[in-house]
Design a protein around this ligand. Structure first.
Ligand code: IPM
Ligand code: MN
Length: 378
C-alpha cells in the first residue's frame, strides 16, 4: 500500500466543510486504488490569526515545504479587511513555494448546464495555465504619502500635472501606483509548461496579452511565447488580446485547447471560464511547482454566509482533490474521481442547492465517495 502524507488547510468560511468532503472522496479512492493518505491538519485562517496574530510563520512554510501537495479549502473572513488573509496566506504560500503554474481546467461535464446557449460538453474542454508568481501580483506599489518624496512618482509627475491640469505633488497623497513585472525566466518556464501540455493534448496553444497597450510588459511576454514556440513546431499557436479572449470564451469555447496567460488576466478570465463550465461550484485549480510543493484548491472563495450550514457545493474541491492525487502519481484514481463527479451530477439525486438539488454538502461528498468505489471496482 502506497502511503502519502498530505497537509490540509481548511481555512475560513465553508473551507473546512468542503475540504472534509474532498478528503472523504480521496480516502475512498485510496481504498480502491491501493493507497492511504495520512492527513496533516493545519489551523491557518482567520480564527488562527485572530487568536495568535500569526498568518503563516516561516517555520510552518518550512514544514509544509517537505510535502509534494497541500490541500486547501478557502480563505477570507468578513471580520478582517480584504486582502489580509488572501495576501498573507494564499499568495504567501503560492510565492513561498514558487508555484508558478496556476492550472485551471475549464471543462463542462456531462449533465451540467452552461449559460452558453447551444454548447455541450464536447465544446467546452480547455485548460487555462495562469502564470502565478509575477505580473501585477508581485506586490510592488505605493501611495504617495504627505511629506515623503517618492522617486518613481516624481518621474510621472509632469505627465499627471499636464493631464489633469493640476499641480499634483508627489508627496500630496493624490496618486497611487502598482507595478507589473515579468521576467524572462519566469515567462519562459510557464510557456514551456504550456507548450508541453498542449503537445500532450490537441497541439493548440493560445496566448493572452494586451501587447497593443501595455506593450513593454506584454510585448516581452509575446516575444517569449514565440521564442519558446520554436522548440514546438507541431503546436499551433495564436495571440489573443485579453478583452477579445473574454468574447471568444463565450462565443467559441471549442476553439481553445490550452490557454497561457499572465497572472492578473488569468485571474479574471478564469472566473469567466468557471461560469461557462457551470459555475464557481464546479471550478478546481492547482497551484503547481512541478519539482516542489504544489497546492490544490477550488477557485471560489470562502462564502462566509454559508459557513457551518453544510450546504455549500463541495464538487470543485473534490475535483481539486483529483488534481492533487494525479500530481502524486495516481492518475487512474484522479480520472475515476472526475467520472464519479460527473455521474453524481447526471444522476440528479444528490446535488446541492446551487445545482438545483436539496442535498447537503456532506451528502454530496458521501455520494461521490460511493461512486468512486463503484466505478473504481467495475
Ligand atoms: C484566485 C483568487 C486570488 C487571486 C485572491 C483570493 C488572492 O481570486 O485564486 O483566483 O487573485 O489569485
Ligand atoms: Mn480569482
Amino acid at each position: 500500500m502506497t502511503q502519502y502524507k498530505v497537509p490540509v488547510i481548511g481555512g475560513d468560511g465553508i473551507g473546512p466543510e468542503i475540504v472534509r468532503e474532498g478528503q472523504k472522496v480521496l480516502d475512498a479512492a485510496g481504498e480502491v486504488f491501493g493507497f492511504d493518505i495520512d492527513w496533516l491538519e493545519f489551523p491557518h485562517g482567520a480564527d488562527h490569526y485572530l487568536e495568535t496574530g500569526e498568518l503563516v510563520s516561516d517555520e510552518t512554510i518550512k514544514e509544509l515545504s517537505g510535502y509534494k501537495a497541500i490541500y486547501l479549502g478557502a480563505l477570507g473572513d468578513p471580520r478582517l479587511a480584504p486582502g489580509i488573509l488572501e495576501k498573507g496566506i494564499l499568495l504567501k504560500l503560492r510565492f513561498a513555494f514558487d508555484e508558478y503554474i496556476n492550472l485551471r481546467p475549464i471543462k463542462l461535464l456531462d449533465g451540467v448546464e452552461t449559460p452558453l446557449k447551444g454548447k455541450v460538453a464536447k465544446d467546452i474542454d480547455f485548460v487555462v495555465v495562469r502564470e502565478n508568481t509575477e505580473d501585477f501580483y508581485i506586490g510592488i506599489g505605493g501611495r504617495a504619502k504627505k511629506g515623503q518624496k517618492n522617486d518613481l512618482l516624481e518621474v510621472q509627475r509632469d505627465l499627471y500635472s499636464a493631464k489633469f491640469g493640476l499641480d499634483i505633488e508627489t508627496d500630496s497623497e493624490e496618486i497611487a501606483y502598482q507595478i507589473g513585472m515579468i521576467s524572462k525566466e519566469g515567462t519562459k518556464r510557464v510557456m514551456e509548461y504550456s507548450y508541453d501540455l498542449a503537445a500532450k493534448r490537441n497541439n493548440h496553444l493560445s496566448s493572452v496579452d494586451k501587447a497593443n497597450v501595455l506593450s513593454d510588459i506584454y510585448g516581452f511576454w509575446r516575444e517569449t511565447f514565440e521564442e519558446v514556440g520554436k522548440g514546438y513546431p507541431s503546436v499551433e499557436t495564436d495571440f489573443n488580446y485579453v478583452d477579445a479572449v473574454t468574447m471568444w470564451f463565450v462565443k467559441n469555447p471549442e476553439f481553445f485547447d490550452v490557454v497561457v496567460t499572465p497572472n492578473m488576466f488569468g485571474d479574471i478570465i478564469t472566473d469567466l471560464g468557471a461560469m461557462i463550465q457551470g459555475g464557481l461550484g464546479l471550478a478546481p485549480g492547482g497551484n503547481i511547482n512541478p519539482t516542489g510543493t504544489s497546492m490544490f484548491e477550488p477557485i471560489h472563495g470562502s462564502a462566509p454566509k454559508y459557513k457551518g450550514m453544510d450546504r455549500a457545493n463541495p464538487l470543485a474541491t473534490i475535483w481539486a482533490g483529483a488534481l492533487l492525487i494525479e500530481t502524486l502519481g495516481e492518475k487512474e484514481a484522479a480520472d475515476t474521481i472526475v467520472k464519479a463527479i460527473e455521474k453524481n451530477i447526471l444522476d440528479k439525486k444528490v446535488n446541492t442547492v446551487d445545482m438545483g438539488g436539496s442535498a447537503k454538502c456532506s451528502e454530496v461528498g458521501t455520494d461521490v465517495a460511493r461512486l468512486v468505489k463503484k466505478l473504481g471496482k467495475s
